[in-house]
Structure formats: structure tokens, C-alpha cells
Ligand binder design. Structure first.
Ligand code: FAD
Length: 500
């Protein structure tokens, strides 16, 4: 990639976002461009981003990281989806499994056939047709097997759980080998150019001044440049996504090693459980309007599977996004750009898409407003679609009598989300934009899992007889089950990946 005028890139911050950006840029940008990363050892990273979605594999491929090496370096495990416990109502459990479900037919999608018979009470829940979910329930794992027979084994879609601090350390080593210069120090001042208000330099506590043409703000929630220096503004979404606190604590591992994240609803939020090889990451995300920190901490500590390994850490956040991710010569990536809470593990994904978008729109000949506007518009659309998907989990709950959940069930929601829910309720139709992250099957699993029921189904399904459809669905269910039974356990599979 040629860079023209942009010769000095300065990355501010060395958390997951900073080092992911450094590793990608140092791999893909050449032409004499210098990349510097500044981080402060005194200001700790957030360090709790441990669950991902399958697109992370694309990032690792992009920077040339072997998957087994990655698992070894980060104490990583595989993730087939997320189990939601007590979310619809107390006692419920459903899994949002990654990947496709069944085989779409010429006339209609697979789930439309399932809807018809499910509405008649003839077939079980949709999860019985998903290889990811059936395998997850059995603690089994296998990477997708490519074959021409159309076996469900070729549909397995995986992501990872990993230790974020180890991942950042690994990426740092890789970036430094590829020429990134790291500087340790606390940034105390930002110098703006008088003519256009662009950032000219940052100044460290020891007086060192670092100049740059492009600054990538990966400084976390504080948004040192994008907000601190440029006052870009923040769109607050806490009326839709009301959790604003989290408490994180690791605990000892227990057997079996689950190949999925668990999210358990509590009275004013939910608890995550992320199994790694060496420990389990846990956290309680809650709303401070509905619960005191002491109560939230005691709920978390009373619901750990193993002995705690550290003191619980309390974190604060405001769900929402920066009004512009790219402002003048500053691009915000990671928490500096926004945060929508970790319910569907989308933050690291947003780091990844921010990097990809920046590479696509790189200001190699200087800054053009149409490019900046296109970058910001794409970012806004991506955030809005993910936001709607997250709100869906809260809105569709039947946890009556709990003030937090009553608020969520009754809150106004974006019109875009209301339309999606209405369309599904009427005839099981699911609409989504072509660039959206979450697929139709993701929307289906969460809408259905949270208790929304479609009244109808696609009319073309009636071209086939009910007996024919029953045989078709029965066959898929049986093959999925047989495949899952043949897979190794997650623990066995990890051991084979991590063997020296
Ligand atoms: P940080 O980790 O905060 O890093 C900021 C960096 O900036 C640090 O290196 C710091 O030293 C540096 N810095 C700041 N100020 C200065 C200064 N003045 N001078 C010098 N350096 C400075 N994401 C997922 O994808 N999956 C998850 O499961 C998940 N769970 C989460 C749970 C919670 C409760 C939270 C809050 C977030 C979660 N995330 C998750 C998000 C994920 O943690 C972040 O997206 C990711 O860690 C990136 O953070 P960051 O690098 O932007 O910021």
C-alpha cells in the first residue's frame, strides 16, 4: 500500500485495540511508513475482553497467526456460541450458536419449514438442527471439516475465548518484530495545529514530544485524543442499554471445559462465564440505577464455579458511541470509539472492522472529507445494527416483577428494531442489511429464545406436504445429532491443538 503524505502513524494506547491495530498496520502497510505506539505502564488496560465471534479468525489470518500457536500463547479455548440462562424467564436456557442451521431450500429458508411444523407442535426447538448448539450442549468440538457431501460437520463455525493480556503481549512481540516502535510513557498534553485543528503532536510526562500525520486513538474509555483534544462528542445509549457497571473476577477452572460462553441473567443485569485453559473469566454486568455495587459483587462471588483467583475489579462505562469515529486526523478504535457492553462479544470485532475500514480508506494522499464521511457512516451503521441486536435481548423478557427487567420490557426501542420484531411476529420474516454482522439465524435464535413467536411462515413452504417436511427436518436433526456424537470432547480437542 502506498502512503504518500502519511508517513508517521502514532497509535495511542497499548490495550487489545492498540496492539491489534499495530500488528495489522505493520503487516499490511509498507512504503517507509513509521508506526509508533505509546502506552503507559501506570494506566492499566481494561483487560477483560476475552470472548469473540468467528470473524476474529479472519484477523488472525490477516496478520499471519497460526490458530494452534494462538491457542497456546493465549491459553485460548474454542467458542461455538453463547448460552443465555434465565434471560426470557427464570429457568429458560437457549444457545445462540454460530453458523448456519439446516440447509436452505430453493423455495424457502430452512427455518421457514421448521416454523410451520413447530407452530403445529410437531417438531422440537430450533436448537436441535444447529450443529454448533447440539455440539455445545454435549461439550464436543471439532473444526469444520470440508467435504462435498454437505455434512453438518462442514457447517461448524467457531470463535475463541482467550486471555486478553496474553493476546496483547503476543501481538506486541509480533508488531515489534515488524518494525513498530513502542514508547512507554504517560501522555500529558496534545498539541493542535493552529490552521486546521489537526493533532500535531502528543507530549509525554518526561517532556518528549511525538509528532505524527495520523493518530489512532486506542486510549480506551477516556478517548484521550478523539474526546480529550477534539471534543468530538458521545451518543449516550444507556436508555436502551442500561447496564453501566461491571465487576470482573477470574476463578479456578472446573471440568468439563465448556466450548461456549454462558450469560446468566440476574436481577439487574447478567453474569458472564468464559472458560479458558488456565482459569474461568467471570463478570457481573449491571445497572447502577437498579443495584448497589456491594449487592452486585456478592451475587457474582456467590455464583462462581471455582475458587476466586483475584480480588474483584469494579468498572464503569456508558453504552454508546463517539459521534464521529474519525475526526480530522484522529481515528478512534476500540473503547475510545464506543462501547455497547459485552453481551454478544462484539467489541473486539468492532476493533477489527475499524482497522479493516481504516486500511480501506487509508488517507494515503492526505485527508479527504468524503473518505472520512464514508468511514463514519459505515461505522454508524455497523454500531446501530449491533445495538438493535443487543437491545432485543433486554426488550424481550418475561422476568416480571423485577424493576430492571420491567423497565427493559417497557422501554421505547429504536424503530428499526421494532420493525424487525413486528415482521418476525407476523410471518416469521427476518430482515437485515447485507453488511450486517448478525445473520438471519442469529436473529432467529435470539428472537425465538427470548420468547417471541411468529404467527405465520413463508407461504411457499406449503408447496411441500407436511409429511415431506417432517421427513426432511427429521433427517437433518438425526444427522446433526450423529455428527455431534462423533466429535471429540472440547478438552480432548484443545489438548491435541496445544500438544507441542
Ligand atoms: P484499554 O484496554 O483501556 O487500553 C487503553 C490503553 O491506553 C492502555 O494501554 C493505556 O495505558 C493507554 N492510555 C490511556 N491513557 C493514556 C495516557 N494518558 N498516556 C499513555 N497511555 C495511555 N470485548 C469483547 O470482544 N469480548 C468480551 O468478552 C468483552 N468483554 C468486556 C467486558 C467488560 C466489562 C468491558 C468493559 C469490556 C469488554 N470487552 C469485550 C471490550 C474489550 O475489553 C475492549 O474492546 C478491548 O479490550 C479494547 O480495549 P482498548 O484497547 O480500547 O482500551
Amino acid at each position: 500500500m502506498g502512503l504518500g503524505l502519511v508517513k508517521n502513524v502514532v497509535i495511542v494506547g497499548g490495550g487489545t485495540a492498540g496492539w491489534m491495530t499495530a500488528a495489522a498496520l505493520s503487516t499490511l502497510i509498507s512504503n517507509g511508513c513509521k508506526i509508533r505506539l505509546v502506552e503507559s505502564d501506570e494506566i492499566s488496560t481494561i483487560g477483560v475482553g476475552e470472548a469473540t465471534i468467528p470473524v476474529i479468525r479472519g484477523y488472525n489470518q490477516l496478520i499471519g497467526v497460526d490458530e494452534n500457536e494462538f491457542l497456546r500463547q493465549t491459553q485460548g479455548t474454542f467458542k461455538l456460541g453463547i448460552e443465555f440462562v434465565n434471560w426470557g424467564k427464570q429457568g429458560d436456557s437457549y444457545i445462540h450458536g454460530f453458523g448456519v442451521i439446516g440447509r436452505d431450500q430453493l423455495l424457502a429458508k430452512f427455518y421457514q419449514y421448521w416454523l410451520k411444523l413447530y407452530q403445529d407442535g410437531q417438531v422440537p426447538d430450533i436448537e436441535h438442527y444447529s450443529i454448533n448448539t447440539v455440539a455445545a450442549r454435549k461439550n464436543k468440538f471439532l473444526r469444520a471439516v470440508s467435504d462435498s457431501t454437505g455434512s453438518p460437520l462442514s457447517d461448524i463455525s467457531h470463535a475463541f475465548h482467550f486471555d486478553a493480556a496474553l493476546y496483547a503481549k503476543y501481538l506486541r512481540g509480533l508488531s515489534e518484530k515488524r518494525g513498530v516502535r513502542r514508547t512507554e510513557g504517560r501522555i500529558t498534553e496534545t498539541v493542535l495545529r493552529a490552521d486546521d485543528g489537526h493533532v500535531q503532536a502528543i507530549v509525554l510526562e518526561n517532556g518528549e514530544r511525538i509528532e505524527g500525520d495520523l493518530f489512532i486513538d486506542c486510549s480506551g474509555f477516556r478517548g484521550l485524543l478523539i474526546e480529550g483534544a477534539l471534543n468530538t462528542g458521545y451518543e449516550d445509549w444507556s436508555h436502551w442499554l442500561p447496564c453501566d457497571r461491571a465487576i470482573a473476577v477470574p476463578c479456578e477452572s472446573v471440568s468439563p471445559l465448556l466450548p461456549y460462553t454462558r450469560s446468566t441473567a440476574h436481577d439487574a443485569g447478567w453474569q458472564w462465564r468464559i472458560p479458558l485453559q488456565h482459569r474461568i473469566g467471570n463478570g457481573h454486568v449491571y445497572s447502577s440505577k437498579f443495584m448497589e455495587p456491594e449487592q452486585a459483587e456478592s451475587i457474582l462471588m456467590n455464583n462462581l464455579d471455582g475458587k476466586p483467583l483475584a480480588q474483584p475489579r469494579h468498572l464503569r462505562f456508558t453504552t454508546g458511541k463517539r459521534k464521529r469515529a474519525w475526526n480530522k486526523n484522529v481515528v478512534a478504535i476500540g473503547l475510545a470509539g464506543g462501547f455497547m457492553e459485552p453481551l454478544e462479544s462484539t467489541s473486539i470485532h468492532l476493533v477489527q472492522t475499524g482497522i479493516t475500514r481504516l486500511l480501506t480508506m487509508f488517507p494515503h494522499k492526505g485527508y479527504d472529507q468524503p473518505d472520512i464521511d464514508a468511514f463514519n457512516q459505515a461505522t454508524d451503521e455497523e454500531y446501530a445494527a449491533i445495538r438493535d441486536f443487543l437491545i432485543l435481548h433486554y426488550k424481550l423478557n418475561a422476568r416480571e416483577g423485577k424493576p430492571f427487567w420491567d423497565y427493559c420490557r417497557n422501554m421505547e426501542i429504536p424503530a428499526t428494531l421494532q420493525r424487525r420484531m413486528d415482521l418476525y411476529r407476523s410471518n416469521g420474516r427476518i430482515i437485515r442489511g447485507s453488511d450486517e454482522l448478525f445473520t438471519e439465524t442469529s436473529w432467529l435464535q435470539v428472537m425465538h429464545g427470548q420468547g417471541l413467536r411468529a404467527k405465520g411462515y413463508h407461504p411457499l413452504v406449503d408447496q411441500r406436504s407436511a409429511e415431506d417436511i417432517a421427513a426432511f427436518l427429521g433427517n437433518v436433526k438425526e444427522v446433526v445429532l450423529r455428527c455431534a456424537e462423533h466429535m471429540p470432547t472440547h478438552e480432548e480437542y484443545i489438548a491435541s491443538c496445544c500438544a507441542a
